[in-house]
Design a binder for this molecule. Structure first.
Ligand SMILES: NC(=O)c1ccc[n+]([C@@H]2O[C@H](COP(=O)([O-])OP(=O)(O)OC[C@H]3O[C@@H](n4cnc5c(N)ncnc54)[C@H](OP(=O)(O)O)[C@@H]3O)[C@@H](O)[C@H]2O)c1
Length: 334
């Protein structure tokens, strides 16, 4: 098994290397690919420094599996080359997610979709993954009818430059020194920005559109009523979401807790009287999707309100991709 990581110096790429190592993914060789900017740098794998190479048309020769996270335009350019060279690609960008021929997969939810892959498998958006992980067990129980979600997304969702901008901006504001912003349209330190990805039609952003479209595709519910507001908050790692879900039939809070806790990769953390609920610092660097503040949605007949928190770089990106690769291997699809 020869694996290539495209975008190996990024937040997601580095986490992919770490995840392969932690889960002892069976591999014979690992190529670390990035742009010319970081060619020659080193990233450690199993305590050994491995050199990062610039991506070229020869980079995919002999590669069995590509884990890709270098941005949509890079995936559009290189993944067809990799597939042509015989590799199977798991892509973290939005480039292929809504292509009807490309499976969009969360292994705990729709692993079966992998069977129809034609070389490229898309990893969903980080905010979509954690929300669908919480919605799927409840949907199986009571039939999902409508979703209203507001997100509280960390800056790491926008890559390493965004993490650096929050760090520098915070330090500069506290020291009352000046700082030139390059990543966010406004001050992100001590602020919330309801503006993630580009604007689309009707006043929505692309991030909000992705959450709506991807949820329908993954859950196989093309007519699901769903609306989203996506907000960037001054948190480094981990996304939180307030989710209001309406169902066809009643589901009690106690039953919801049981089915959520029984679902692989989901953990219920919910004891408001002791101030116990999921928070980003709890979820960061962990694999699970944490759900709490589970209560009836008093505005509808069969509804629940949930608070969902997860590490956007792990289950939202690197871990989900490696789980897809493990599933492909297990099903003989690589
Ligand atoms: N962060 C998240 O929570 C998250 C979650 C899900 C999906 N994603 C998606 O994953 C992708 C990467 O995210 P990230 O957070 O890891 O970003 P990042 O930290 O900015 O890293 C970007 C990576 O892409 C590489 N790259 C950029 N241009 C390239 C080119 N022309 N050829 C080859 N490599 C190139 C960079 O290499 P250099 O070092 O050479 O610049 C770097 O390794 C994005 O599409 C993002 O939407 C991110």
């Amino acid at each position: 098994m020869h694996i290539a990581i495209l975008g190996a110096t990024g937040l997601v790429g580095r986490e992919m290397v770490k995840t392969l190592e932690e889960r002892d993914f069976p591999l014979d060789s690992l190529s670390l690919l990035a742009s010319e900017r970081s060619a020659g740098q080193f990233v450690d794998y199993k305590d050994e420094p491995k050199i990062v190479e610039m991506t070229t048309s020869e980079s995919f020769d002999g590669v069995d599996l590509v884990l890709s996270s270098a941005g949509g335009s890079v995936s559009t350019e290189w993944l067809p080359v990799a597939v042509e060279a015989g590799a199977v690609c798991v892509d973290n960008t939005s480039a292929f997610r809504m292509d009807p021929k490309v499976p969009l997969v969360i292994p705990e939810v729709n692993a079966n979709a992998l069977k129809s892959h034609k070389g490229i498998i898309a990893n969903p958006n980080c905010s979509t993954i954690q929300m669908v992980m919480a919605l799927e067990p409840l949907h199986k129980e009571a039939g999902l009818k409508r979703v209203v979600v507001s997100t509280y997304q960390s800056v790491s969702g926008k890559g390493k430059s965004a993490v650096e901008e929050l760090e520098r901006e915070t330090v500069n504001l506290l020291n009352t020194t000046s700082y030139e912003r390059t990543v966010f349209p406004h001050q992100i330190a001590f602020n919330c920005l309801p503006d993630i990805d580009d604007p689309t039609v009707d006043g929505y952003t692309k991030e909000e559109q992705k959450m709506m479209d991807e949820t329908r595709k993954i859950m196989g519910l093309p007519d699901l009523a769903i609306t989203a507001t996506c907000v960037r908050v001054p948190v480094f790692f981990g996304h939180a979401e307030a989710v209001f879900a309406e169902f066809d039939s009643p589901v009690s809070v106690e039953r919801a807790k049981d089915v959520l806790d029984a679902f692989p990769g989901v953990r219920v953390v919910d004891q408001l009287e002791d101030h116990v609920y999921p928070i980003q610092t709890m979820a960061a660097d962990r694999d699970d999707v944490y759900v709490g503040r589970i209560r009836p949605d008093r505005s509808v007949t069969n509804g629940l309100a949930l608070w969902v928190v997860s590490d956007n770089i792990r289950k939202g990106a690197a871990l989900n991709s490696v789980q897809i690769a493990e599933q492909l291997l297990q099903d003989g699809l690589l």
